[in-house]
Design a binder for this molecule. Structure first.
Ligand code: COA
Length: 253
C-alpha cells in the first residue's frame, strides 16, 4: 500500500513540476495550477514519466513502456521510462523531444521543443547525456553521447553538442562551442570558432606556389617557354576564399 510519506512526496513533486511551468513559461503567468495541470503537455509528459519510472524501478514489465508510448502519442514528448529526471523539470511546447534511456537530468531543467538527449550510435551502457541542475536547452538542440552539461548552462537553439559543457556557460552552433563562460567571452587561441583554419585551402595554396616556383626555375634555365606561354610566367592563381571571414570574433579580440 502507498504510504503517507510516499503520497506527500508525490504531491510535492507534482506541485514543483506545475510551478516550474508557471514560472518558466511566460504564457502561463497568471494561469492557475489546475489549468496548467489540465492543459500543459510538458506537465503531462513529466507526470506520466514519473509514474512510468517508478513502475520501471519496481521491476514491473511492459506497463512502463505502454505509459511512455501513450504519453508520447498524446504530447509528442518521448521519455524512456528508465531516464532519471529531477524535480522542477519543464518541457515548453513539447513535440519532438526525445530523452534516452540512460539520460540523467538534474533539478530545475528546462527543455524546449525538438530537443534530443540521445546516443551517438549503437553503443550500450551509459550513452546519453547527463544534464546538471538549472540548465536550459533551446529548441532543436541535439545533445549526443555520454556527455555532461554543467549546472547553470544554456544551450542555444539548434546547437549540436557532442562534448562536455562547463558549468555556467552558453554554448551555441554546430559543433556546439562555448560563447560565454561565467558571463565572459572565452579567451585564448582555441576560442575563435569563426576564423577557423582550413587545411585543404592551405594545402592547395602551398601546391600552387610550388608550381609557380618550378615554372620560374624552368624558364630561367631555358626550359620550353611554350609550356608557360612565350616565356611569360603564369600569373599567381586566384584562390577563392573558401571560408569567408565575417561577423564578430567570438574570442573577443
Ligand atoms: C543561447 C540563449 C539561451 C542565450 O543565452 P545568453 O547566455 O543570454 O547568450 P547571448 O544572448 O548573450 O548570446 C551569446 C552569443 O551567442 C549567440 N547566439 C545566441 N543564441 C544562438 C543560437 N541559438 N545559435 C547561434 N548563436 C547564438 C549570440 O548572437 C551571441 O553572439 P556574440 O558572442 O557574437 O555576441 C538563446 O539565444 C537561445 O538560443 N535560447 C533558446 C530559446 C528557445 O529555444 N526558444 C524557443 C521558444 S519557442
Amino acid at each position: 500500500m502507498v504510504g503517507f510519506r510516499t503520497l506527500k512526496r508525490v504531491v510535492g513533486e507534482i506541485r514543483r513540476d506545475v510551478r516550474a511551468a508557471q514560472e518558466r513559461d511566460p504564457a502561463a503567468r497568471g494561469v492557475g495550477p489546475a489549468e496548467v495541470l489540465a492543459i500543459w503537455p510538458g506537465v503531462h509528459a513529466i507526470l506520466a514519466h514519473r509514474v512510468a519510472h517508478a513502475l520501471s524501478e519496481a521491476g514491473v514489465p511492459i506497463l512502463p513502456r505502454v505509459i511512455a508510448g501513450f504519453s508520447r502519442a498524446v504530447t509528442g514528448i518521448e521519455i524512456h521510462p528508465a531516464a532519471r529526471i529531477g524535480s522542477g523539470f519543464f518541457v515548453d511546447h513539447g513535440m519532438g523531444v526525445v530523452i534516452g534511456e540512460t539520460a540523467v537530468i538534474g533539478n530545475d531543467v528546462t527543455l524546449y521543443q525538438g530537443v534530443t538527449l540521445g546516443g551517438t550510435g549503437f553503443a550500450t551502457g551509459k550513452r546519453h547525456p547527463t544534464v546538471e541542475d538549472n540548465v536550459t536547452i533551446g529548441s532543436g538542440a541535439k545533445l549526443l553521447g555520454p556527455i555532461t552539461i554543467g549546472h547553470g548552462s544554456k544551450i542555444g537553439a539548434n546547437t549540436v553538442v557532442i562534448h562536455d559543457v562547463p558549468p555556467n556557460s552558453t554554448v551555441v552552433g554546430n559543433p556546439g562551442h562555448p560563447v560565454r563562460i561565467d558571463g565572459k567571452r572565452p579567451e585564448g587561441p582555441d576560442a575563435d570558432w569563426v576564423h577557423l583554419p582550413d587545411p585543404v585551402a592551405d594545402a592547395i595554396k602551398g601546391l600552387a606556389s610550388r608550381i609557380g616556383a618550378l615554372e620560374r626555375a624552368l624558364a630561367e634555365r631555358g626550359g620550353d617557354p611554350s609550356a608557360v606561354g612565350d616565356g611569360e610566367l603564369l600569373p599567381e592563381p586566384e584562390l577563392p576564399q573558401v571560408r569567408p571571414a565575417r561577423g564578430p570574433n567570438p574570442a573577443g579580440g
